[in-house]
Design a protein around this ligand. Sequence first.
Ligand SMILES: [Mn+2]
Length: 386
Amino acid sequence: MKSATLLQLLMLLGLTIACNHQHDGKEWTKEEIDELEAKWGYEWGFEGIGTFAHLNHVKCLTEPMEDFDIAIIGAPFDKAVTYRPGARFGPRAIRYASGRQHSLRGFNPRANINPYQNWAKIIDCGDIPITPIDNNIAQTQMTEALKQLGKHKTVSPLAPKPKLVTLGGDHSLTLPALRALNEIYGKTIQVLHFDAHLDTWNPNAYPSYWGTTAFNHGSMFWLANQEGLLSNSSFEPSVHAGLRTRLTGEIDNNDDTAQNWKRFSADDIDTLGTQGIIHNIMEALGTDNPVYLSVDIDVLDPAFAPGTGTPEAGGWSTREFIRILRGIEGLNLVGADVVEVSPAYQGGGEETSVAAAQIVYELITSMVKRGLDNMGKEGKSSKDEL
Ligand SMILES: [Mn+2]
């Protein structure tokens, strides 16, 4: 019986090889496949298996030959939070809320492009498998995954290196992201950080009788500074915007300044307006240096984004924040994250994840537009671009 089974298997294998492009003896032409695509390829906003903006899904971590220019990657991890847990469900919620983003109607009027139908190959790489049990293993997994993904080849010469947009997860993931960028670019990076909180806190500022855990969602920039991942030149500061949290005292701001950060508060929008905030950010970061952009969704007021781990009253509206993001499209973004979306605390209308999905869309738009703008600049090739 065994040999009969083996024979059957061999026959089946032979058949499979012989019928590579056939099925039931029929050869499918490219035109016929194209027709099927036209007939059945579309997904309405509420359809599909839930990738970001209906993008093609590839498990890039197990497909090292997959080339891309921009990729979405989820980091469903929330074991480094200090208040409400639940951000491990953020990537799923943001993808779900991105359902009405589609390449067919993805034109962004503010930038005059459809980022999903332009030069960049954009895919959804799925999630990094991160253990919810051991934070040391978790940070190693995130670091290694982001290093590996950042070394994939690109498709377009407009993108010398691939750009990752990571969906959190809690904010601790920014540390693995900065470690990966530091290795990939071989230099320090400036950060633009939208958040209600500083996140440069010395871990000893937390109750520490029983020991300290430096890897947490309020100390990752302190650790990044300790590890020398951020530029320490006063000409290349990192920038916080949207700050409004309570502090230990002025010492927190002094520590933050010593770590080479500039601060813009949520209140600044009342005196400066969105244009003033944009101007100050661009003046601090410029358009040439590589910048990593990290968006903690709690930069928005809890009225607009209650689905988050550490809400603080008195933040920006979704419209104000998106206006600011649109205004800083000239930055040289080398990667970005949108973190701390914790969908259990959002309303049935998904306002928090809808805002997060729009933020991702605006960032992708800016990355694609930047590639086009560089192409148009005389004497500047993509090789000059980090
Ligand atoms: Mn944060």
